[in-house]
Design a protein around this ligand. Structure first.
Ligand code: AMP
Ligand code: ZN
Length: 479
């Protein structure tokens, strides 16, 4: 059984799929106007882990991550500039749909590269808003026919007073939201929290029965989720910043149009902060994967650090953490590599043929199924590494099984490790082995010291010996 904290109820609930053995999952995707920052990527590491946990439990997951390539305004509401337009101005490109598509295609490709380097599995579908304009218009027509929208001079608005449950997700304080909305009052709105489903723009966009323009950001998600997953679907995810406005707006539109709930489980990731404030483009306090790599930190080291906290815990990036990221992941990998080395004979470089330890697997499953408790799952992995009661090859088999959830690409690191052992080190190790067999301890010790000077250590095993890079060696777990 999988338990998830559902923002709809505010409680941890047992997950029950709509269709046995299957999960339909929609994750609000990026607005592709710039490179993703590490905060954005935390949202996709979280959805990937959630998806992997469903798969680990045997579910067939249909995941959709939309791509917003038009219509998302800088305020997340109806005021301010369109983020894509901002990108066109920044890059000195003409203001038209063609250049918008070109810019979006570029950053969408960069986004996929970021996901790949974090070893995030690609969703089944990445629908782009500009490729779903007919579906969006159809949905707005439906809302229009049912009397949920009205026209003003700058767009078509959803009338929130017609949806009495408005604000139910996260139990939003509507008075607070109304006050916020009044600051940038649009006097033509019937209610301060009404929001645009279509924005008029005589220069940029598509023709509709109401006027030329482009869709509101929220309606894009409503139209694309129902197209690919039906309604209701199982799980909807996003960052907590989306709860008050974006997700409540999605719910208002979709549920008014179809008369059934939009999604059964709403799961939200907490923020990544930078020196105490939310990491955000607008605040200028952001880092990208590329900037980490320039500091010698691999994307997987960042992911490993994220897994040390639950998705729902706010975490803070400060310089001292950044400096320790690579070491933390390096220690973890070295510990696994040492164990792995013990499973090989002196010739061998093959992945071990051990068995998954069922006791550890059961505990691991309980942790990850308990609202994605990755910190405890990682602590359990360290315990397994230190457990003298489990054979090395079983440890490796079990850790590779856990990595179906962690997605740290451990199998590949094990392979790499052996490819990287230089020929001269192999030769020294061979000579040392000969000396050892001949009981020439002096020579054997001298050769061992030379090997260690070159960054490797020799482990003698029943079958012969193995070479591993010098690194953290987990101390045995005392029983
Ligand atoms: P956007 O491209 O602004 O729509 O954001 C893409 C995703 O990243 C959304 O799910 C946001 O909620 C999430 N997000 C943005 N900033 C952060 C942050 N600092 N920490 C965690 N998630 C974030
Ligand atoms: Zn969305």
């Amino acid at each position: 059984m999988i338990y998830l904290t559902n923002t709809l109820s505010g409680k941890k609930e047992e997950f029950k799929p709509i269709k046995a053995g299957a999960v339909g999952m929609y994750s609000c995707g990026p607005t592709v106007y710039d490179f993703a920052h590490l905060g954005n990527l935390r949202a996709y590491v979280f959805t990937d882990i959630l998806r992997r946990i469903f798969e680990y439990n045997g579910y067939d997951v249909n995941q959709v991550v939309n791509i917003t390539d038009v219509g998302h305004l800088v305020t997340d509401g109806d005021e301010g500039e369109d983020k894509m337009t901002k990108a066109l101005i920044r890059e000195g490109k003409p203001l038209n749909i063609e250049s918008m598509t070109e810019v979006a295609t570029f950053y969408f490709a960069k986004f996929r590269e970021d996901l790949a380097s974090l070893n995030i599995e690609m969703p089944k579908t990445f629908p782009r808003a500009t490729e779903h304009i007919p579906e969006i218009i159809e949905l707005i027509k439906k809302l229009d026919q049912k009397g949920f929208v009205y026209k003003t001079s700058d767009g078509l608005y959803f009338n929130t007073s017609k949806f009495p449950a408005y604000g139910k997700l996260g139990n939003i304080n509507l008075e607070g939201l109304k006050e916020g909305a009044r600051v940038t009052a649009n006097t033509e709105k019937k209610n301060p929290i009404d929001f645009a489903v279509w924005k008029f723009n005589p220069l940029l966009g598509w023709d509709t029965p109401w006027g030329k323009g482009f869709p509101g950001w929220h309606i894009e998600c409503s139209a694309m989720s129902v197209k690919y997953l039906g309604q209701p679907f199982d799980v909807h995810t996003g960052g907590i910043d989306h709860i008050p406005v974006h997700h409540n707006n999605e719910i208002a539109q979709s549920e008014s149009a179809e008369g059934v709930p939009l999604a059964n489980y709403w799961i939200h990731n907490a923020h990544l902060n930078m020196n105490g404030g939310k990491m955000a483009k607008s605040a200028g306090n952001f880092l990208t994967l590329k900037s980490l790599e320039e500091k010698g930190i691999s994307p997987l080291a960042y992911k490993f650090w994220l897994l040390g906290a639950r998705y729902s815990t706010q975490i803070n990036f400060v310089n001292v953490i950044i400096d320790s990221l690579q070491k933390g992941f390096g220690n973890f990998l070295s510990a696994i590599k040492r164990i792995y080395a013990e499973t090989n004979n002196s010739e061998g470089t093959k992945i071990s043929e051990g068995n998954i330890n069922e006791k550890y697997k059961k505990e691991f499953t309980n942790f990850v199924n308990d609202d994605l408790d990755t910190p405890r799952a990682l602590a359990l992995t360290w315990n397994l590494l230190r457990d003298e009661g489990v054979s090395s090859s079983d440890k490796i088999a079990t850790i590779l099984d856990f990595d179906r959830v962690f997605g740290l690409d451990i199998k590949n690191s094990l392979k790499e490790d052996f490819i990287l052992i230089p020929e001269n080190i192999k030769r020294l190790a061979g000579e040392r082995n000969t000396a050892r067999i001949a009981k020439d301890w002096k020579k054997s010790d001298k050769l061992r010291a030379e090997i260690e000077k070159n960054g490797f250590s020799v482990i003698d095993t029943n079958e012969g010996y193995s070479l591993v890079p010098l690194g953290a060696n987990p101390s045995p777990l005392k029983k």
